[in-house]
Every structure is written in C-alpha cells, then in structure tokens.
Design a protein around this ligand. Structure first.
Ligand SMILES: Nc1ncnc2c1ncn2[C@@H]1O[C@H](COP(=O)(O)OP(=O)(O)OP(=O)(O)O)[C@@H](O)[C@H]1O
Length: 237
C-alpha cells in the first residue's frame, strides 16, 4: 500500500453464507477523501462498511488496511437503534468510550484521553452537556455526542452509516457542516452511507453507487451526469 492509502479493496466480493451481496469491487480510500456510498435498500451498503471495518471477511479478493487502522484507529458511527438511545451514561462517558480501543489493558482512561474527549465534545458544540445523562438528549443531540465519540477513535478515517437518520433539517445541515470542516480543515477522510443524496453530495468529493445494473465510482460531477446519477436527479430533492 502507498503511504496515503487507508483502505484498498481489490476485486472484493462480500456476502453471507453462500449469498453474495457485492461482487468484484475495486475501491481505494485515501487520506482526505470524502466518499458517499449510495444505493437502494438492501443493495449492500452496510455490508460494505462491515468489510471496510474488518468485521466481515471478503468471500474473495482482498481488503488491505493501513497498519494504524488495523489497530482500531477508525471512527465509526453506526446506525442508531432504539436501545442505544436509552444508554445509561453521561455524555462525557459516552464520548470517552470512543477511546476504548486505545485503553489496552488499563482500567482507567488517561488524562490525555479525557482531554481528547472534552475537546471533541467542544468541536461538536456539546461540551456544556458533558455531565448530562445521554438518554435525556434529543436524537440530534445524541448524534453529535456519538460523532464526538467516533472522533475519539478516529485517527485519519471516519466511517458513518446513515448519520442523519432522525435528524431535523437544521440538525442535519449542522452535521454536514461539521463533517465538511473535519474533512477540509483537519484532513479527516470520510466514508458515509446515506439516502440523503442532495445535501450529502454538496460536500462529498466522490460517490460509490451500488445498483442492480452495476456500480458507479467516481467524482460527484461525473456521477450526476451518469445514468445512475441522472435517475437520482429525476427523483431527488
Ligand atoms: N447478518 C446478515 N446475515 C445474512 N444476510 C444479511 C445480513 N446482513 C444483511 N444481509 C443481507 O444482505 C443484503 C444487503 O444488506 P445491507 O444491510 O448491506 O443493505 P443496505 O444497502 O445497507 O440496505 P439499507 O439501505 O436498507 O440500509 C440484504 O439482502 C440483507 O438481507
């Protein structure tokens, strides 16, 4: 792998127990990339994220990861479930749990990890709630805390699975602004699965569209001119 490459998928097929969901995918994620993954329900977007994260082994082909990602330095914002919304911990504890991968066998978080968690809560504009109970926050507020948590884990890459689900338009716009800031000012690579194409594509650089009639991978402008992208334009916002 080249030094600026984070994840390289070579001719990768992914699926479950004999069923192949994605076939022969070639994809490279590099430092500073901002990739949106789009496609119909059930097309395999979350499956691909599992592959990128190393949670699902490819059926064929190979997925290479930069060494620091192998050690867990990926920020991951999964789709939220109802049960997670009720998590009994303070906002700071939730953010700090993003540092778990770096904690090793130590029982306590270090002072540096606490400062990092506080800094990330500050970046997301939720520092004032640090001692509040997480379960008492609204969905949008919780999403910001979870993004701060993901940032605690992220070295160079953030992976997000439908991050604006349940957010009102203003909260969604705030989230996109934050992601743009992290990408352009801090050089964080972002890979995001979304159904919210219009606003998402305004900040993304490239698109992977997984469709029944084949995949598209390329810059946003080329996507919008492609058959898949044109279809989206007809039905999109
Ligand atoms: N753990 C699993 N075991 C077996 N099959 C699965 C599993 N997870 C997903 N699938 C199947 O893999 C296919 C792709 O699912 P996936 O969740 O990756 O799609 P998606 O594009 O993320 O969908 P959505 O837009 O609805 O979130 C579906 O047919 C689904 O039923």
């Amino acid at each position: 792998m080249e030094p600026h490459e984070l994840i390289v998928c070579r001719d990768v097929s992914l699926g479950y127990e004999g069923q192949t969901v994605l076939s022969h995918l070639n994809l490279t994620i590099r430092d500073g990339d901002y990739l949106c993954i789009v496609g119909d329900n059930g097309s395999g977007k979350s499956t691909l994220l599992r592959g990128l994260l190393g949670l699902l082994a490819p059926q064929s082909g190979e997925i290479l990861r930069a060494p620091e990602l192998e050690r867990g330095a990926v920020g991951y914002l999964p789709q939220q479930t109802r049960a997670q919304r009720d998590f009994p911990a303070t906002v700071l504890e939730v953010a700090l749990s993003g540092c778990l991968n770096q904690k090793g066998s130590r029982f306590f978080y270090t002072r540096a990890q606490k400062s990092q968690a506080l800094m990330n809560l500050g970046k997301l504009g939720v520092l004032e709630w640090k001692d509040k109970s997480y379960r008492e926050l609204s969905g949008g507020q919780q999403q910001r805390v979870l993004l701060a948590r993901a940032l605690c884990a992220a070295g160079r890459l953030l992976i997000l699975d439908e991050p604006i689900t349940g957010l009102d338009p203003a909260a969604a716009q705030d989230l996109y602004k934050t992601l743009s800031y992290l990408n352009t000012k801090e050089g964080m690579a972002i890979v995001m699965v979304t159904h919210d194409l219009g606003p998402a594509l305004r900040s993304a650089r490239s698109v992977l569209h997984i469709g029944q009639r084949g995949t598209f991978l390329g810059p946003v402008a080329d996507y919008l001119a492609s058959p898949q992208g044109r279809r989206f334009r007809e039905v999109g916002p």
